[in-house]
Structure formats: C-alpha cells, structure tokens
Design a protein around this ligand. Structure first.
Ligand code: ADP
Ligand code: MG
Length: 245
C-alpha cells in the first residue's frame, strides 16, 4: 500500500526564524500517529502545513498520490484532509444533528444538492449515522452549547468527519477533559482509526503510549525521533530533551 501522506524535507520559515526544517516521513501504514514535542517545537506549524493553512517554504507534501505543495487550502478539505482545532469549533445554538448536517451540506452543495430534494432524508440519516459513530446520537437534538465539554469535542470530530476524510488531523483532542471524558475520547479515536489515518498532537504521555502505534518527536523544529512507542521511550535523545531524564 502506498502512503496516504508523504512529506519530504518539509520546512517552514517565518522571516529569518526557522520553525520547521527537514521533516521527511510517510504516513498511512499505522492507524494512529502522535506528534509530540515541547512547546515551540513546531507541532502546530507542522499541522498547519499538513492542512494547507500554511504553505511550506521548503520541501514538498504529497497526499493520496497528488503533489499538494502549492495547492490552495480549500482543496485540502475537498481532497480528504480534515482537521479539528484546539479551540472548539461548533455552532453553539444549532443542535448536534444540525451541526453535522450543516457540515455535510457545505460539502454536498458542490454537487448541486439544492436541486435534488430527494437527497434530504438521506443527508439527515447520514448525519445521524455520524452522530452515532462519535457517540452522540442520544444528544441529537440538544443545542451544541448545552453539551458537556467532551461531547463538544466529539461533535467537533463529527463535523470533521462530515467530509468523509481519509486523513484526520487532531490537535489535542482531550484538552481540558476529565478522566471519564478522556477515556471516552480514547475509545472513539480507536474506533475511528480502524477506517482512516489519524495524526494527533497530544501532551498526555500515558494516553499517547496507549493509543498510538507510532510517535514522531519534534524539537526546535526538527524531527529527532520517529518510531514505535517502545522505541521512543528507549530513545536517549528523546529522554534527554523531552522527558527530562
Ligand atoms: P508548538 O505547536 O510545537 O508549540 P509552533 O508550531 O506553534 O510550536 O511554533 C514553533 C515556533 O515557530 C515557535 O517558536 C513559534 O513562536 C514560531 N511561530 C509559529 N508561528 C509563527 C508565525 N506565524 N510567525 C512567527 N513565528 C511563528
Ligand atoms: Mg501548538
């Protein structure tokens, strides 16, 4: 199987400052890959490049066999890359169902959705299926603002899934969650990872070690390690710069 995503000597500078340099890696073999590193290591910059929000100043990016290096951001979502942000990104007054359906409509309108009224029930059913996937079907008719924090994060993932992405980029999906909500989110990510490639930025080491098959470690904008959780835990440089040992 060819990788879904490939980056080659990818880099990004801001003026004279190099935020990311020489990142080469391919993704798609593992279901869930974690990106870790201290504050300022370049994790968000890396995600911004992968989601098209930023353009690289060096290197290249391929997705699903296509060169994405100079492709505009809007195309990234259309071609199958979805991202959820650290800050929740739902319409607070719409219900959970309406949030997901709106996200689906935004996508299907390209295919002249409004001209095909028969597509409506289908869309509603698919929105409910997605809500079930992220464990929110029982919250279907609740305004998003009334959902618990963890449920809003799950809804955000549901919205990201509305575009049926092949690659899901998640920035700290368990940020601000308590232990119960974190447990539910981990179970959700495991299930989602069965059918698509997930890259996530996370700080909680225990969660990362239990969830991901592969870990990339960034430090000062460079990739200092890339391997299985066991390999990363045994890596001397990682222990020195990241785990403080
Ligand atoms: P992380 O997410 O790992 O904490 P970031 O990718 O946000 O790190 O930032 C990496 C480095 O790049 C930091 O030193 C940050 O200050 C710098 N940086 C990020 N975005 C910009 C920008 N738009 N302009 C200038 N410097 C930036
Ligand atoms: Mg960041």
């Amino acid at each position: 199987m060819s990788p879904i995503l490939e980056v080659e000597t990818l880099g990004r500078r801001f003026g004279a400052f190099t935020a990311l340099e020489g990142i080469s890696a391919a993704f798609g073999k593992e279901r869930i890959t974690a990106i870790i590193g201290p504050n300022g290591a370049g994790k968000s910059t890396f995600f911004n490049l992968l989601s098209g929000a930023l353009k690289p100043t060096a290197g290249s990016l391929r997705f699903d066999g296509r060169d994405m290096t100079r492709v505009p951001q809007a195309r990234f979502a259309q071609l199958g890359i979805a991202r959820s942000y650290q800050i929740t990104n739902v319409f607070p007054r719409l219900t959970a169902h309406e949030n997901v359906r709106t996200a689906m409509q935004a996508r299907t309108s390209r295919y002249n959705f409004w001209g095909r009224r028969d597509a409506l029930p289908d869309l509603a059913n698919r929105a409910d299926e997605l809500l079930a996937d992220v464990g929110l079907l029982s919250r279907r008719d609740r305004p998003a603002a009334s959902l618990a924090h963890g449920e809003q994060r799950a809804l955000e993932i549901g919205i990201a899934l509305a575009s049926d992405p092949k690659l899901l980029l998640l920035d700290e999906p368990t940020a601000g969650m308590g232990p119960e909500e974190t447990k539910d989110m981990i179970a959700l990510l495991r299930r989602l990872g069965e059918t698509r490639t997930i890259l996530l930025v996370e700080h909680k080491m225990k969660m990362i070690l239990g969830l991901s098959e592969r870990i990339l470690v960034l430090h000062h904008g460079r990739l200092i390690a890339d391997g299985s959780p066991a390999e990363i835990q045994a890596d001397r440089e990682v222990r020195r710069v990241y785990l403080g040992q």
